[in-house]
Design a protein around this ligand. Sequence first.
Ligand SMILES: C[S@@+](CC[C@H](N)C(=O)[O-])C[C@H]1O[C@@H](n2cnc3c(N)ncnc32)[C@H](O)[C@@H]1O
Length: 290
Amino acid sequence: MALISPSDAAHLAVRNGRRLRGRYQLQGLEVSGTAPSAVVRGLRKATLGLPTAEEKAWIQRIELLRSLLLTSPRPLEILDLGAGSAVEADSGVVRTRSVSSRTLGTMTRSSKPPRWAYLLFRLIREVGPVNCLEMGACVGISAAYQAAALELNGGTGRLLSLEGADVLAERSARSLEELGLDGRAELRLGRFSDTLDAALAELRPVDWAFIDGDHQEAGTLAYMEQVLAAAGDEAVLVFDDINWSAGMRSAWRAVVADSRFALTVDLRSVGLAVLSRSATERRDLTISYY
Ligand SMILES: C[S@@+](CC[C@H](N)C(=O)[O-])C[C@H]1O[C@@H](n2cnc3c(N)ncnc32)[C@H](O)[C@@H]1O
């Protein structure tokens, strides 16, 4: 992502959706069920609405932190865990394990850009989940957006964020602490294969899961099954990078074909899959959100 000022980034995150085609696709759209309706409201607000002053203040604080991290020359030694790098992935694909040297600034670029992080925020504001999971924290930017939404929601909502690289887990925990969000979100260090079961046992019933780690087909579908086994009656699963590779496109097709979901939304780079016991019909949508 190009370097921009925090206030410009905050503006980008929430810019009025008049230019977004999704605005027209969402107009008058009705879906059945509690969680699906909340998701559609969240999408509509993300493309059409403006945040309140309180919401904007959180976004600006997080974007200020992002801009500081983006310019950091601090070297980091990172054990690569995700797809696209030399990894021994959880999904069983064994490649050469590597430790790479990068800077905090370059690692921060793997964070969801403002507009997509804002979408997570908007959805959590509408869905009102209590037990939330994130797989893949990086430096804590998306965790901060989700935690800020939980904070604004009030209540007991909390996020457990799983991260396998120790320097990143440390940095994410610090990001949350610096933002005053450590009461809402907690980091768990370790590979998903070692941390996911315990996190799900703690969160059960899971209301929200943002799956943004090992971007491989088998791993993504296996995590989905684990999350679904712990999910509540109304739950939202957010899959990142559904168009990143042939494998991820195939994983997303499997999600869309899965009749357990009452609603799926293809946002091109992100996919939403919604469980809803209260829904009386199933919908699959494709919405332009960029
Ligand atoms: C794309 S980044 C996450 C970005 C973050 N969600 C954001 O938007 O701010 C993916 C993260 O997942 C972690 N990761 C990938 N595979 C993992 C695994 N199998 N176990 C634990 N962490 C993993 C990586 O170390 C990396 O920090």
